[in-house]
Ligand binder design. Structure first.
Ligand code: ADP
Ligand code: GN1
Ligand code: MG
Length: 371
């Protein structure tokens, strides 16, 4: 999507009920999807109000009003549980700032949809693991998130992206991108294409379990990468799970798996030196213990046994999505240079291969947690 102009951004800001005089509104964060800005206001006191403004990506989220309805309902539900647990609902879940008309989003005349959250103060996001304890703690937090939502009425949630983790559908989309080959790039990436096409069994795996009905559909986050948790600046403890756009019915193994994909890698998602990229077994085993602990007994034996597959499948699916986007001309994920999506796809393929090599060990590790 085209980046919004300064006028569009300033117009949007004027439609929310913020307090104080705007001091700055700079681009913020490392998300691949929405346009995010940090708004700083001077309110006269020593702690100026800050907020997060986002222009939602409506090419990806086609029904922003439904999406904001999900977020309003999920955060209200979490808020009650956080209060009941003696937590701080201002910091432990997202808080939507309403527009001057009392709505949870503002639609401008150019078709842009804007929303705002209170900034969760004194937090940091991590884009790589600096300390294995933080990764462990993020596992407990993502598991606990799923635990908190285990009695959320799943049927009331809108599916914000159809078939988001339907890996077989993603596989078909990938084949279509290869057939289109819109920019004539397929010839140059045959090795990567083959790495994806030859592992169709990974795309089929969870579809088969779902059709057998031997794994439960739960309310899941679906985008559990490390930078979707805010950590306390001082203690480095997880404070809040953010990026709730994809909270929908899904599979526990996928939430677990997406975290392993990103956080247990020894390299960045776009590392070009593939020698630096592998799945760290200690990070994997720490996260496994943490996630199972956070789910607090909710996971079934089948789900536990399928966690290593979840890690492989989420990595495989993401690699396939990056490579499809490279072929399609970088229309989905934000990129910083030509070939960025290809670099990302290559790290994911490397990780899938590494997980294959470590698969038996991964299985022995999860088997420890069977009741
Ligand atoms: P995307 O879907 O593009 O990843 P996110 O919703 O994850 O967008 O937001 C992008 C970044 O903005 C986050 O990684 C985080 O750094 C920051 N952010 C989002 N919401 C808040 C918030 N309420 N308080 C502080 N920072 C936030
Ligand atoms: C996107 O929104 P963000 O940057 O947290 C994407 C995820 C991918 C991830 C890869 C809605 O996550 O599915 O796994 O990039 N989110 C969406 O880094 O497509
Ligand atoms: Mg994000």
């Amino acid at each position: 999507m085209k980046t919004p102009s300064n006028e569009q951004k300033m117009n949007a800001i004027g439609h929310f009920s913020f307090r104080g005089r705007l001091i700055s509104s700079d681009p913020y964060g490392n998300g691949h999807i929405n346009e995010t800005y940090l708004l700083i206001f001077g309110s006269g006191d020593s702690h100026p109000e800050r907020a997060i403004l986002q222009r939602m990506n409506t090419e990806i989220f086609k029904h922003p009003a439904e999406l904001m309805e999900n977020i309003g309902n999920v955060t209200a539900f979490l808020r009650k549980k956080i209060i009941a647990d003696g937590g701080d609902p201002e910091r432990e879940t997202l808080n939507v700032v309403r527009t001057v008309d009392g709505l949870p989003y503002y639609a401008d005349e150019d078709g842009n949809y804007w929303r705002a959250y209170r900034c969760i103060e004194d937090t940091v996001e991590f884009n790589a693991i600096k300390n294995p304890h933080s990764f462990y703690d993020s596992g407990v937090a993502f598991g606990h998130f799923q635990y908190l939502l285990s009695d959320y009425p799943a049927k009331t949630l809108h599916e914000t992206i159809k078939g988001f983790h339907d890996t077989l559908r993603r596989y078909a989309d990938f084949e279509a991108s290869i057939r289109r080959d819109a920019f004539g790039k397929a010839q140059g990436v045959q090795k990567e294409i083959e790495a994806i096409l030859s592992r169709r069994y990974l795309a089929e795996c969870f579809a088969e379990h779902l059709s057998k009905g031997d794994v439960p559909v739960r309310v899941t986050h679906n985008d559990t990468k490390l930078n979707n948790i805010l950590f306390d600046k001082k203690t480095s403890k997880p404070i809040c799970i953010i990026d709730l756009d994809t909270v929908m019915p899904g599979l526990a193994m996928n939430d677990y798996g997406d975290s392993i994909r990103f956080g247990a890698s020894t390299g960045a998602e776009d590392e070009r030196d593939l020698n630096l990229v592998e799945m760290s077994f200690p990070l994997f085993s720490g996260y496994t213990e943490a996630f199972i602990k956070g789910c607090a007994g909710k996971l079934t034996e089948n789900e536990i046994l399928l966690l290593p597959r979840g890690a492989q499948i989420m990595t495989y699916e993401c690699g396939m999505r990056f490579l499809a986007d490279y072929l399609d001309g970088d229309v989905y994920f934000k990129t910083n240079y030509p070939g960025h999506n290809l670099d990302r796809a290559r790290t994911q393929i490397k990780l899938v291969e590494d997980m294959e090599a470590k698969y038996d060990k991964m299985m022995s590790e999860v088997a420890k947690y069977l009741k």
